[in-house]
Each structure stands twice: as C-alpha cells, then as structure tokens.
Design a protein around this ligand. Structure first.
Ligand code: ZN
Length: 323
C-alpha cells in the first residue's frame, strides 16, 4: 500500500514531505463571537503539538477592540508548552503589535496585506502601498529582537469586491516583501476563490519572478475544492500548507467566506497520496473531536467523523449497507 501511495506521489512530482502550519488558534478563532477560553486555546496548541504538529499561527497582536477574541495573545504565547519543539508565529498588523509580539517571545511575525486594493482598504483601512510602507517599521522591530518576519498575501486568488486578481499583483507584492528581506510568502485564499489552474499559474509566476521566496499556501474550502487546490500546489512542489483543526474559521470582512481546510482532512489526503508530514493522523482526529467539544458544536472537517479509512466494522454492527 505504501508503495502504491509513494508511486502516486512520484508520478505527480509531489514533494516527499511537507510542513503543515496550524492556523486554527488565530485564523480559526478570530471571528468566533463567543470568547474561547485562553486555556482552551493553549490546550488546542498543546494537543496538536503532541500529535506532531510543529508550526502554529498562534494568535494575533491586534487591537483588543478590533478583535476581542484575540485579546489574550500574550497569555496564549506564554502558556504553550515549550518542552516540545514548536514554532509560534503570530500576526502583527502594526509596529505596536510587533513590540508586543517581541516581548511575548514569538518565533516569527507575519505581516499581511490583500492583493486587491478594495479588500485591503476594507480589511485594514489603508491602501496596499501604505500597508507595505508600514511593514518597514515592523521589520526593524523584529530584526532588533532577532525574530523572523513572514509575509502573507490575502485574496491571492480572487477578491469578493473586485473579482479576479491579476497575477502581477501577487508577484509585485512578493517582490516588495523580498526587498524588505521577507522571503516567506503565504498566498491566502481568503474567500475560497482558488482553482487548480490559478494555483499552478501563481506558483509558477512566483518561482520565475521572485525565486528567492519560499511559498506557503493557505486555502479555504468555501467552494468545496480546498484539498484539490492543495493537490495542485503539491504538483508545483510546494512544501508548506496552512490549515485549521476541524476547519474552523472564516473572514469577518469577506462576504460568504467560510472556514479553512481542515487539518485532519489535509493530513489524511497527504498521507494517502504518499506525502509525509511527520504528524500522527489519528491523534489529530482526536484533537479535532476534542475541539468540537470545546466549541460546543460540529465543525466542518470530515476525517475525524468517519475515522481511519481502513477502520472496519463488524457485519452486524450496521443494519444494512448503504448505497
Ligand atoms: Zn484562512
């Protein structure tokens, strides 16, 4: 079976191993109306770290007025069990956030802007150029504290206000990032508008025009093809994917935007396609089930509900086989 999976990965030119970044604690929770207890946020990270996930977008050092859900950013970072080799990245919208993130001891800061001008204005109330200009101070603060800065590009595959986003907008921002020394670039599909051809086009263009950048992909399952887009990214040789446990998430500023691809579903697909993650898939499905309990509702992820593919049932355990 493993040979079959590995042969499949080779046939499509997939990387042997990829990194998964769990964004549930930030992207997954930021739009939740009810405050999620700090202890649950920390337990979420610790459980997933115990399952083998090493990278987390842990929180955002944003104004507590803007995003009250993440007002406990420093406590979350301080509370995570650092006995495991976890890497905690946090969103940083401005220099004030950068100072707080540095004080909290994060491993990396993520600056972000939208590829589309309208979405950026709606999201952070400034132009793309103003956003980029503002990142210089964040980079300076991070550099002073010897902390890496990564860049994210929201609405990389389409904008709910403008429609298609030109690929040149993506490469242009990536170049501006690179000039500031930011060479980890995450393409975010904020509103679930990515398609496999767009993924291929954008990855190829970035490789060609900004070869120094390392690309990460962040998909939402808004239109049901989040994992197909991962498949397209794997075929381009991408080795970093972001997802959230249970498929938690959604962007409050994007009409109709639903959750991220679910971490447990992503791991299931990767392993079954012969791509290693170093993560215990069963332990992650258990964490997803725990998360549903903590949130008090069903979450969209599917792998945790059905269980492992080869989990068999006794013949008399079900009344009849379903079509
Ligand atoms: Zn997301």
């Amino acid at each position: 079976m493993m040979n079959r999976n590995a042969a499949y990965a080779r046939r499509y030119g997939f990387p042997q191993r990829v990194r998964i970044v769990e964004v549930g604690p930030r992207d997954g929770l930021q739009a939740e109306p009810e405050f999620v207890a700090t202890s649950d946020k920390i337990a979420m990270i610790d459980r997933l770290a115990a399952a083998g996930i090493r990278e987390f977008e842990a929180t955002s050092f944003v104004s507590p007025r803007a995003v009250p859900q993440l007002r406990d950013a420093a406590e979350v970072v301080a509370g995570v069990d650092r006995g495991r080799p976890v890497r905690l990245t946090t969103l940083v919208p401005n220099p004030r956030g950068a100072v707080a993130a540095a004080q909290a001891g994060v491993d990396a800061m993520v600056v972000f802007l939208s590829a589309s001008e309208s979405h950026n204005r709606k999201n952070v109330n400034r132009s793309r150029a103003e956003s980029l200009e503002g990142f210089r101070e964040v980079v300076a603060i991070a550099r002073e504290a010897d902390i890496k800065v990564q860049g994210a590009i929201a609405t990389s595959f389409g904008c709910p206000f403008e429609g298609d986003v030109d690929v040149g907008a993506i490469t242009g921002i990536a170049k501006a990032y690179a000039q500031m020394g930011i060479t980890h670039v995450t393409l975010g599909d904020t509103t679930g508008m990515a398609t496999p051809p767009l993924v291929a086009e954008r990855c190829k263009a970035l490789r060609r025009e900004v070869p120094e950048s390392e690309i990460a992909l962040h998909f939402h399952n808004t239109r049901g093809i989040g994992l197909v887009n991962v498949h397209a990214g794997l075929a381009e040789g991408i080795t970093i994917f972001e997802s959230s446990i249970g498929g938690l998430g959604g962007c409050p500023f994007a009409p109709g935007a639903t959750g991220n691809i679910a971490t447990e579903d992503l791991i299931y697909m990767l392993h079954e396609c012969g791509v290693e993650t170093g993560i215990d898939a069963i332990a992650v499905t258990e964490a997803a089930a725990w998360m549903e309990g903590a949130m008090g509702r069903k979450l969209p992820g599917q792998a945790a509900k059905a269980g492992p593919r080869l989990k068999t049932s006794a013949l008399d355990a079900v009344a009849t086989a379903c079509g």
